[in-house]
Design a protein around this ligand. Sequence first.
Ligand SMILES: [Ca+2]
Ligand SMILES: [Ca+2]
Ligand SMILES: [Ca+2]
Length: 209
Amino acid sequence: MKSTKTLAVSTMALMTALMLSHGAYAAGVDTDGDGIPDASEILLGTDQANPDTDGDSINDLKDTAPVSLADPIAQTGAPAPFAIKEALVENNYDYAAKKDAPDHLELLVTNSTTTEIKDFSLFLTVKDAEGGPTETYFKVLTGFTVPASGEARIHLDDASLPGHFRDNPNGIYHTTQTAKVMTFELAAAGFAPVSIDVNKDKGGAEAAD
Ligand SMILES: [Ca+2]
Ligand SMILES: [Ca+2]
Ligand SMILES: [Ca+2]
């Protein structure tokens, strides 16, 4: 009898803990203040730390397609004096720490002129190559510059370091295992954009191996 009572008490404590944690979500822990609770954003595939996941200036709650927008980058302008030398979608390497880095999207951008280039923006397409959905994102790369006759790296991940920009952790790149085709279209003010396609093999974005 005693053990049954102990079990009953433990079960009650567990249920109470579950109800409290569920209550916290129900009460609407909304980190980014867009009107959608964090737990719901994870289920919906939007970013709980970004009120406008796709970058179209429409709040996630009001956006009827919160991870999709038409390409806002103008295709006109002078030929780009910069190039995407390398685009990584997995098997990243941390040169500063000299070790493998968790998989993320990364571009190496080169500048063939003798002046710094700035005011970059990026339109990213993540297409499921096995018939699933396509997501698109627009990002203004505030603070990112490429030095004269030099190169610089853009990282799309969680980091707040220079050259690092927020990526949707609940997007298909992170949450599904299917093969993908990623298209990076990079623009800088006054220049026509450059773009590159990169295939990602079947298998999810994973920690460094
Ligand atoms: Ca939210
Ligand atoms: Ca959000
Ligand atoms: Ca939006």
